[in-house]
Design a protein around this ligand. Structure first.
Ligand SMILES: Nc1ncnc2c1ncn2[C@@H]1O[C@H](COP(=O)(O)OP(=O)(O)O)[C@@H](O)[C@H]1O
Ligand SMILES: [Mg+2]
Length: 234
């Protein structure tokens, strides 16, 4: 089953602030995961990967700083600069690997095109982290996660060219009734502290601000693909 979301009117400022707090907590969580990995390496006397983790930690700290500024300004963000999608994803590799742990195999299939989009880098990173965390939660016993980018040219859509970003997992998938509500504010099927139902709403809000689209495809017990179509800047 597939559901699509296209932007409508702007989302409420209070909801935006709640989603920003959620993304801020995710950033803190990714810093904690990286510090734990660093600690394991130091304890084991392993030097490999330490520099990457420290660099990724600085990057996550930049995002936390930007999110804290956004919260101080009641969720208002600045006008978005240009971001190179592929470089953004490659730069997140260590953060994502720390969040996923060793039971989930992460692979990237990055297109050769230069995919420039007009987006706030930190919001884009938060959207990717939200989708990756959902994929992780859908694969409690491990699995495979693929991040794919590509160029989509489609005369039937609002823009002629989009950068496509897909996060694909082979986890539990979603039944039709869950998929239909997955993008709603505060909708969650998770009972832990982790599940607040704001992750996909935050992604939807980000995509909506860019006049992009989200396509969720899911099959129970086979997996899920979350695709973001973000207008390309040429
Ligand atoms: N990759 C996925 N696989 C299976 N279910 C998913 C996936 N992504 C989202 N979901 C479902 O959508 C719901 C809403 O997701 P989200 O808004 O991120 O909130 P949360 O993760 O806090 O529950 C989840 O509770 C889950 O049921
Ligand atoms: Mg989530």
């Amino acid at each position: 089953m597939v559901i699509k979301y296209k932007p409508g009117c702007g989302e409420d400022a209070l909801l935006k602030t709640a989603a920003l707090k959620h993304d801020y907590n995710n950033s803190i969580q990714s810093i904690i995961s990286m510090l734990e990995l660093l600690q394991q390496r130091v304890n084991g006397g392993i030097d490999g990967g330490v520099d990457d983790l420290i660099e990724a930690g600085h990057r996550a700290l930049d995002r936390v700083g930007e999110q804290a500024r956004g919260l101080a300004q009641n969720g208002q963000s600045r006008s978005p600069p240009l971001v190179h999608l592929n470089r953004c994803i490659s730069g997140l590799n260590s953060q994502l690997a720390s969040l996923l742990g060793s039971c989930i195999e992460l692979s990237m299939s990055i297109s050769e095109e230069d995919l420039w989009i007009s987006a706030d880098l930190h919001r884009l990173e938060s959207a990717i982290i939200n989708l990756v965390l959902n994929a992780r939660d859908a694969m409690p016993n491990g699995g495979k996660l693929i991040i794919q980018t590509g160029l989509v040219q489609d005369g039937k859509r609002q823009c002629s060219s989009y950068a496509s970003l897909r996060i694909i997992d082979n986890g539990c998938g979603m039944a039709a009734a869950i998929l239909a509500r997955a993008l709603d504010f505060s909708y969650t099927t998770k009972h832990s502290q982790a599940g607040r139902g704001l992750g996909l709403w935050s992604v939807r809000d980000f995509v909506s601000d860019l006049q992009g689209e989200i396509v969720l495809r899911s099959i129970v017990n086979e997996g899920t693909s979350a695709e973001l179509l973000l207008p390309l800047q040429e």
